[in-house]
Structure formats: structure tokens, C-alpha cells
Design a protein around this ligand. Structure first.
Ligand code: TPP
Ligand code: SF4
Ligand code: MG
Length: 363
């Protein structure tokens, strides 16, 4: 006898928020936090750094997923800092996996729950199954196992929390470390003044183009409603889904602790991290067009990891951002075109650091 597998359908949060009328001077609504679910599958009591972007992402993803959730975490900061002996923030079942096995472990969980429910050995409904892997795991050491899981279309959400480095082992470069991002393996010096020479791996596009039957999306900790809705869409999608989330690392990037959420917005507003959603039915991309387009210096100058950049490096970064604006279908203002010229820049550490004050966000 075979039993039916009943699945959750999680409702989406209101995108416009409850106070869309109170925009700041840039048209960004201040009170963007939705009425969060009270349940907290990732509760207080973990040991990540103050302002840790991945911890913020973990909390919001798990709030969106809810209490009937099973979660896996490959080795990385979010394993180590959350699983000190006899201390854990999880109020849902959680398992650690080796860094390369997030995809295969999660495939096994998904296949196991399906089989147990069909055979009547687990009452159901089918739980929300997800894995949250760092960029070192998802974009590098464990990319094979995640790609395999996506290809086989296991019903689970595969999240990459991207802090653009191997943080847990001491801030080494990963494939998603941006051009000129300083890490302990990409120090700047006379031979290589920009530090990191290569552009970052376009992980989410690889996942969407390579597994066209999957729901794939990008988001950042600057957009909590977007992040939580994409979590729910990924979980509601029957089959495999992949979410790539930009999550600043306070320790590795060297910025003011309260600026994590602000960075999550500025990276999008400076054209360096396009936010989009791939629809596997239509096989199309839907790109988010931010209300503000900023020079890349508004973003770079907030972080110590870029402090060594010379005018030509800043200009190269601006040219890359301008290519991104075109890619997502936005016009490039002449002022940003002009900034592709190194003569328009100074050394980054001489840039004025404009910190947003008292805007009700980021703190
Ligand atoms: C096969 C293997 N190689 C190397 C390591 C050492 N290691 C442990 S955590 C870690 C960093 C992982 O980086 P990432 O996935 O980006 O997570 P983060 O630490 O940045 O949160 C590394 C390299 C390991 N555990 N297993
Ligand atoms: S090193 Fe970075 S990712 Fe790790 S706990 Fe600290 S802020 Fe979070
Ligand atoms: Mg990382």
C-alpha cells in the first residue's frame, strides 16, 4: 500500500511592507520588516560575531521555513559557531555534514522522507528540507554534490550563504571573493597591487543555466521580505531549488558592525550583486531594478578589505558594475559611465566614507 505525500504551501509575505509611504530620501522604504513569524527555529544563543550576516540570514530563512523544518549545515562558520558542545540555537532538527556533502546528505534526507511517507512509516506532511552551505562549500568544495542534487531534482531548498570567503579557517579567498577583495590568500603587494585578480564565480547563474528545471534566485540580507519570500517559494516549489544569498562577514570584510543590512542594499544599488529570480516554467529571469544607482565607491569605501585599491582598480570595478546594469536591463547613467575612467578616482582609502545616520536600518 502506498500513501500520498502531502506537502506544505507556505503563504508569501506582503512585498510592499506596512509603511511603503515613509520612504527615505532614496525611495527606500524604512519600515521594511514584515510582521515576522513568532516562531524562531534559530533562536538566540549562538556564538557568531556581532553583526554576522550569515547569522541574520539563517534566522530569517528559518523563520520563513517555520517549525516543521529539517536543516543541514556543511562545515563552515555556521556549523562551528552554532554547535558548541551542549549549546545550540536550533529548535528544529539539524545535522552537520562534511563540507563537500551538503548536496548528497540533503538528497538522502529528501529521498528518505518521501519513501517513509509513501510506505506509511512517517505520518507526514513532508517537512521543509533545506541545507545552508557557505560559499566555500556551495561554490567550491561541495559544488559537485549540490549540482548532483539539483540535477536529480530532490525536493529541497539548497541555500548558499555567501560571505565571499572561507571565513571559518581564517578568511581565505573563495571563488566568490570579488575582484580586489583582500583575503589572507590574496594579500595586496607590489606584485599584485589589487590583491584578488579574478572576478567572482557567477554561482547562481551557473545553477540556473545548468539545471533549468530548478527554481533559482539571488537575494541579500538587505531585503528581508525578498529573502523570506524566496525561501518560501523555493520550499513551495516541488523539486529542487537554489537560493544564493549575499551575507556580509564583519570579521573578514572589516566594516562597522551595524552596517550589515546596509551593505546588503548598497551592493545591489552599486550594481555589484544583481538580485533576480529564475522561473523554471517560463525559463525566464526576472531582475530587480533598485530605486537607487550608486557609484561603486559608496559600497567599497565602507569596507577595509578594499582599502588598498588604486584608482585603476576602482575604475575596473565600476566597469563591471556598469556591465551588470546593462545585463539586468537598466540604463547606465552618464555619471557612472564617466567613472570607468581611472582619472576620476583617487586611492580608495582617501575616499570620503559616507555613513548613513539614523535611517532606522542596519542598526
Ligand atoms: C574537505 C575539507 N577541506 C577543508 C576543510 C576545512 N574547512 C573547514 S571550515 C572551512 C571554511 C568553509 O568556508 P565556507 O563554506 O565559505 O563557510 P564560512 O566559513 O565562510 O562560513 C574550511 C576550508 C574541511 N573541513 N573539509
Ligand atoms: S567570521 Fe564572519 S561569517 Fe564567521 S561568525 Fe564572524 S562574521 Fe560570521
Ligand atoms: Mg564563506
Amino acid at each position: 500500500m502506498s500513501f500520498e505525500v502531502i506537502r506544505h504551501q507556505l503563504p508569501l509575505f506582503e512585498e510592499d511592507g506596512r509603511a511603503a509611504a515613509t520612504d527615505d530620501e532614496h525611495g527606500r522604504d524604512l519600515h521594511y520588516l514584515p510582521d515576522l513569524p513568532e516562531e524562531d527555529p534559530y533562536a538566540a544563543g549562538h556564538r557568531t560575531c556581532a553583526g554576522c550576516g550569515p547569522a541574520i540570514q539563517y534566522r530569517w530563512v528559518l523563520k520563513a521555513a517555520g517549525q516543521d523544518t529539517v536543516v543541514a549545515g556543511p562545515t563552515g562558520c555556521m556549523y562551528v559557531a552554532n554547535s558548541t558542545y551542549l549549546c545550540t540555537p536550533y529548535t528544529v532538527p539539524w545535522a552537520h555534514t562534511p563540507i563537500a556533502s551538503g548536496g548528497s546528505f540533503t538528497s538522502g534526507m529528501a529521498a528518505g522522507y518521501e519513501a517513509m511517507i509513501r510506505k506509511g512509516r512517517y505520518p507526514g506532511p513532508y517537512p521543509n528540507i533545506l541545507v545552508m552551505a557557505g560559499d566555500g562549500s556551495a561554490a567550491d568544495i561541495g559544488i559537485g554534490s549540490i549540482s548532483g542534487a539539483l540535477y536529480r531534482n530532490h525536493d529541497a531548498l539548497f541555500v548558499c550563504y555567501d560571505n565571499e570567503c572561507y571565513a571559518n579557517t581564517g578568511i581565505q579567498t573563495s571563488p566568490t571573493t570579488p575582484y580586489a577583495g583582500m583575503t589572507t590568500f590574496t594579500p595586496f603587494g607590489k606584485a599584485i597591487p589589487e590583491g584578488k585578480k579574478l572576478p567572482p564565480k557567477n554561482l547562481a547563474k551557473m545553477m540556473a543555466e545548468g539545471h533549468p528545471h530548478c527554481y533559482v534566485a539571488t537575494t541579500t540580507v538587505g531585503y528581508p521580505v525578498d529573502l523570506m519570500n524566496k525561501t518560501r517559494k523555493g520550499l513551495n516549489h516541488v523539486g529542487a531549488a537554489f537560493l544564493h544569498c549575499y551575507t556580509p562577514c564583519q570579521k573578514g570584510w572589516v566594516y562597522q558592525t551595524s552596517m550589515t543590512v546596509e551593505l546588503g542594499r548598497r551592493v545591489v544599488e552599486s550594481g555589484l550583486f544583481p538580485v533576480w529570480e529564475y522561473d523554471p516554467q517560463e525559463r525566464t529571469y526576472r531582475y530587480f531594478h533598485p530605486p537607487v544607482q550608486r557609484p561603486v565607491t559608496d559600497y567599497l569605501a565602507m569596507q577595509g578589505r578594499f582599502g588598498h585599491m588604486l584608482p585603476e582598480h576602482v575604475a575596473t570595478t565600476q566597469a563591471g558594475a556598469n556591465r551588470n546594469w546593462e545585463l539586468i536591463g537598466m540604463d547606465v547613467p552618464q555619471a557612472l559611465r564617466d567613472l570607468e575612467d581611472p582619472a576620476r578616482h583617487q586611492r580608495l582609502h582617501d575616499e570620503e566614507y559616507s555613513m548613513p545616520l539614523n535611517r532606522g536600518i542596519g542598526a
